[in-house]
Design a protein around this ligand. Sequence first.
Ligand SMILES: Nc1nc2c(c(=O)[nH]1)N[C@H]1C(S)=C(S)[C@@H](COP(=O)(O)OP(=O)(O)OC[C@H]3O[C@@H](n4cnc5c(N)ncnc54)[C@H](O)[C@@H]3O)O[C@H]1N2
Ligand code: MOO
Length: 394
Amino acid sequence: MISVDEALDRLFGLSVPLGAEEVPLTEANRRVLARAVEARRDQPPFAGSAMDGYALREAELATGAVFEVIGESAAGARFAGPVGAGQAVRIFTGAPMPEGADRVVIQEDVRREGDRITVTGDYGSGRNVRPAGGDFRTGDRVAAPRLLSPADVALLAAMNIPRVPVTRRPRVALIATGNELVQPGETPGPDQIVASNSYGLHALLTEAGAEVRLLPIARDRIDALETVFALTREGHAPADLIITIGGASVGDHDVVAQAAQGLGMEQSFYKVAMRPGKPLMAGRMGDAAMIGLPGNPVSAMVCGHVFVGPVIRHMLGLGAAPAPRRRAPLAVDVPANGPREHYLRARIGPDGIAPDDRQDSALLSVLSGAGALLVRAPHAPAARAGETVDYLPL
Ligand SMILES: Nc1nc2c(c(=O)[nH]1)N[C@H]1C(S)=C(S)[C@@H](COP(=O)(O)OP(=O)(O)OC[C@H]3O[C@@H](n4cnc5c(N)ncnc54)[C@H](O)[C@@H]3O)O[C@H]1N2
Ligand code: MOO
């Protein structure tokens, strides 16, 4: 059995960062910027007004001062001429400042009569002018790699970048295995259950940025597995990552490794010192990486968070890093840990983090109610309430 860190290192070795493609701005959110892009213009491209009011010369400004309004500058239609002594231009938010003016007095601070304004009361000290290039200048860079947010999409649009170079989404083929499984919505026979973690992993991997194909359930026979493995290459662009669920342990019906090896899978490791998730397997199958997840629903989901999410982020060019952990105080005492790294389903409350009483790796209701996986290192000694521990947010 290898450690969680060693397994993750080997998985990074089995997966490579993918190439780039261009997408329109409307499809760029939550994609990974593949290379740095540069602003194609200054923003704002001119000094502009930050408020609705009157543009004039700061030096002439005083309570009671009178100005003649000689024209208007609106967003999209600037005032052509200069502003001279004793003159003002009606101006609106986002409009270019007229030449000669360096100050906007907001309209609430003037009284207007015909073409004259009189400055009333306290007009404040802010100039209400946005300098040219104050947001960004031509050539300013957005560095890559970067997971793009809605704000980033707005920034790229303002930079006049209509198509964005992003890392191609990893294509993941997801295969649930088991004679006992039916799809959600079907009527299970007396000894059957509904496939669940395939859907949980579909959600988890889609959220991580993958393009996930859920293949038909493979029965626990070599020929059935071979048929479904063949679908990972046929009819669609071939998968970058093949994930099986179940059939990874030592029972008579656990034939995934045998079927995969028959098809040329080169195994990198089998079994990891973790709980749940011990019977994890990984290797390469042709051009694809392959991960065999244990079938117990919570084990499969925990391995999804601990291993598959980081592999997807590695393929997206976001680096080879474990799932980010956070720290919280223990709300209760916890006993010493055994030899495997333990990921306990836990809740975070006002007093800190507390593991659930029930840790059977078949209990999806417990996982669903948990907000965190409390991480206990191999052989960690007993810990008292109040001590700080690591956890993975769910
Ligand atoms: N003698 C031993 N028995 C087991 C060991 C062991 O070391 N020695 N390891 C246990 C551990 S730990 C795990 S985890 C499981 C993993 O077994 P498999 O990967 O072979 O999974 P299956 O036997 O196919 O299924 C286990 C369990 O999960 C259910 N399952 C499977 N796929 C799905 C799915 N897509 N959706 C919902 N539920 C699923 C399946 O019905 C079984 O109940 O092995 C232990 N045994
Ligand atoms: O490791 Mo199993 O994954 O403990 O349930």
